[in-house]
Design a protein around this ligand. Structure first.
Ligand code: SF4
Length: 375
């Protein structure tokens, strides 16, 4: 039954649940014609490589497709399979990851590669349960790998799928409380399953929904006229597409402030490595103060590194701003230059500015260095 025309009255998700529908088949037919070409996807009809699926899913966890593409290519060129990555060092992986953000992903990526090579003979487990036991693989990623690489009959629900499903069924409950309901509704969109074959085309169904969310059912101005499910979409029938998914108001973190010290010795820069655990763990940074909400400039400045030869700190005009998931940050940048042969304080080191691109510098530090060096 179509919801167009006279039937455009408010319809609840429960009404729609009971309606017979060929949404899964429509979705797969659309996918066969319009699937996106992505570096980690094999040509249509070919089996996906679990290593490439895993690597792309970890990279895509908090980063968009456009940014991930070149990183993905770089990673598979250097480490064509999981055993090759397991043979690298954590530092190698962090360096290659630099700039992608959310660095705990890189540490888990490496730990996972080592675990797969050591405990599973280099082959990823083919069940959600087995995948979830690996470092860095949560419920969503396990479902995505199980569906896409192994055609397990499960539906991973990412932000794109959440949006499509919440619109298709007009889910009134707000996120994140609505997640279980959306998960259950999304599962009804899995492709048909032949008797005795629990695999079917689950991976294609999931990727079809991801593609639909990315290209047609976009957050603003969804292109409903091109959507294969438009005849059967409750939000469209209500003219309320853009109001879904409903969201609980966000609490944003408080602004934190601090100071960063850009010290040069000729063509070298003073850096240190952040502790393994915690925010930006194991990454490279210039010395700096703590980042606190109650930070005043004087207290932050007092945390400058003690260096013989610094006669004067120069405070750069302006601040460097960066937004982490849980808080925004503002850093005042001080610069100084020291004579040749000045020793680095304990726990710090000099690195050539010319080779900084090869350091595991997170984005916030790239901004700081660029500001400090006037680039
Ligand atoms: S009809 Fe429009 S709102 Fe509904 S699923 Fe398709 S693109 Fe999204």
């Amino acid at each position: 039954m179509s919801l167009s025309g006279a039937a455009r009255k408010k319809t609840s998700a429960t009404d729609r649940d009971a309606a017979p529908t060929d949404r899964p088949a429509l979705l797969l037919a659309w996918y066969d014609r319009h699937r996106r070409k992505l570096p980690w996807r094999p040509p249509a009809g070919e089996r996906a490589d679990p290593y490439r699926v895993w690597l792309s899913e970890i990279m895509l966890q908090q980063t968009g497709v456009k940014t991930v593409g070149p990183y993905f290519e770089k990673f598979v060129a250097r480490w064509p399979d999981v055993a090759a990555m397991a043979g690298a060092t954590l530092d190698d992986v962090l360096r290659m990851w630099a700039g992608l953000g959310y660095y705990s992903r890189a540490r888990n990526l490496y730990a996972c590669a080592v675990a797969v090579a050591r405990d599973h003979g280099g082959a990823f487990p083919d069940t959600e349960e087995g995948l979830r036991a690996l470092p860095g693989i949560g419920p969503y990623t396990a479902a995505a790998i199980a569906a896409i690489a192994f055609d397990r009959r499960t539906m991973p629900v990412d932000g794109n799928i959440e949006r499509v499903v919440s619109r298709l069924f007009a889910v009134e409950e707000a996120l994140p409380q609505a997640k279980p309901k959306i998960q259950q509704l999304a599962t009804t969109l899995l492709g048909p399953c032949r008797a005795g074959d629990e695999k079917s085309r689950a991976g294609d169904s999931a990727q079809a929904l991801m593609d639909l969310g990315a290209s047609i059912c976009t957050p603003k101005k969804p292109a409903c006229s091109l959507c294969p499910l438009n005849e059967d979409c409750v939000a469209r029938a209500q003219g309320m597409q853009e109001t879904f998914p409903r969201k609980a108001p966000k609490k944003s973190g408080e602004l934190r402030r601090g100071a960063a010290f850009v010290v040069t010795r000729g063509g070298e820069l003073l850096v240190r490595t952040r502790p393994e655990k915690g925010l930006l763990g194991g990454m490279t940074e210039v010395p700096g103060s703590e980042w606190r909400t109650e930070q005043d400039d004087k207290a932050a400045f007092k945390q400058a590194p003690e260096l013989k030869g610094v006669t004067r700190w120069h405070r750069k005009v302006g601040v460097v701003t960066h937004v982490f998931t849980h808080f925004p940050l503002e850093l005042v940048v001080y610069t100084a230059s020291v004579p040749a042969r000045t020793r680095a304080p304990e726990g710090m080191r000099w690195v050539p500015i010319a080779t900084l691109a090869g350091e595991a510098l997170p984005n916030v530090m790239r901004k700081v260095v660029a500001h400090g060096l006037g680039r």
